[in-house]
Design a protein around this ligand. Structure first.
Ligand code: ADE
Length: 231
């Protein structure tokens, strides 16, 4: 079973949105599991300190390697096969490919930092994989961890039900998704493209493919690069 362990200063942020809808139903049905642990349990002293001032000076605070290592060691045995991630805007970009690989595995241990950063030594010291969900800065790793888990959990067999086939979704085919329509046939003077009402399944498939290519070319030409490459 896919087991997610989160290390955070805000355990009440979990399961959050992952406790709702299909992910939440899957959690309740035991298709996956989530545990949120408070890093402060391994904090130091009366105030359970988890951070300190940066070596070399400068603004903000840095999360201590000894505290984070103790939190990780309490959460996962050394032989735990799950990848250990640390959320960071300087990390490896998250992708549908990583979601597929991680969803097929035993789960994830995810460290969610706050403050200016973490003591660099804990990253190599505990074999952490730095992962980013995009080129912008969040106030902490929790929202990034929720995004990663959402993308993984929906791929777990049984979580999504019938819609899970997903082969036509954005990024699964390598193209962005084609436009969709439903009733009413006319809405505010706008109609559904005739081909979709034609009943001609080959024509419909060709139209969808062409639209997916057009939208991908307009919005994300970088995704087409692998197709353009010669042999
Ligand atoms: N923490 C802060 N910003 C982040 C980002 N873009 N991705 C992952 N973790 C983060």
């Amino acid at each position: 079973m896919f087991r997610a362990t989160l290390l955070t200063l805000f355990p009440s942020m979990f399961p959050g949105p992952l406790g709702q809808s299909l992910a939440g139903d899957g959690l309740a049905r035991g298709l996956w599991a989530l545990e949120a642990r408070d890093i402060r349990e391994q904090g130091l002293g009366k105030h359970r300190a988890v951070d300190d001032t940066p070596a070399g000076g400068g603004p903000g605070m840095v999360m201590r390697a000894d505290v984070l290592a103790a939190s990780l060691d309490a959460a996962a045995q050394p032989d735990d096969p799950r990848p250990r991630l640390i959320m960071s805007p300087r990390g490896k970009p998250f992708s549908q490919g990583l979601a597929r690989a991680w969803a097929a595995g035993p789960g994830l241990v995810i460290l969610c930092p706050r403050f200016e950063g973490v003591d660099e030594r804990v990253i190599a010291g505990r074999g952490l994989i730095e992962v980013s969900i995009g080129d912008y800065v969040l106030s902490g790793g929790e929202v990034a961890a929720l995004a990663i888990l959402d993308a993984c959990v929906r791929l777990i067999p049984g979580v999504m039900g019938k819609e899970a086939s997903g082969a036509e979704e954005s990024f699964e085919s390598g193209l962005l998704e084609y436009p969709q329509y439903t009733r009413p046939r006319e809405w505010e003077g706008l109609s559904i493209p005739d081909v979709l009402l034609s009943g001609d399944h080959a024509k419909i498939a060709a139209w969808r493919r062409a639209e997916a290519e057009r939208i991908t070319r307009e919005r994300r030409p970088d995704l087409l690069a692998p197709f353009a490459r010669g042999p």
